[in-house]
Design a protein around this ligand. Structure first.
Ligand code: ZN
Length: 105
């Protein structure tokens, strides 16, 4: 296991990207954070906890009310997955990942 936290993005494990897709199991997996746990840069500390700007925005949207209310936000310590996906073709003939039995996006 890499020396990284799992991405804290609340929906990271639902984004349909090739790098999250594990074809042999038909699952979408949450990513690791961008930077390692022991990285010591001051300019982007959030990269130790999140994989992308999209997940940063999702985290803020999902959790800021809890922060304001002083409610602890759970720290994600395991790799989350979404099941039931397969590789398919989009409407232009390119490859995409889609829910099994569902329409392509
Ligand atoms: Zn993420």
């Amino acid at each position: 296991m890499p020396n990284k936290h799992f991405c804290q993005g609340p929906f990271c494990h639902t984004k349909l990207t090739q790098d999250r897709f594990l074809k042999s199991k038909g699952i979408i997996r949450g990513r690791y954070a961008l930077n390692t746990i022991d990285s010591d840069t001051d300019w982007c500390k959030r990269a130790k906890y999140l994989c992308s700007t999209r997940c940063e925005m999702d985290w803020l949207d999902e959790n800021m009310l809890a922060v304001e209310m002083r409610i602890p936000v759970p720290f994600i310590t395991h790799r989350r997955i979404s099941e039931g996906y397969e590789k398919g073709k989009n409407r232009w003939g390119g490859s995409c990942i889609k829910k099994i039995g569902g329409a392509t996006e």
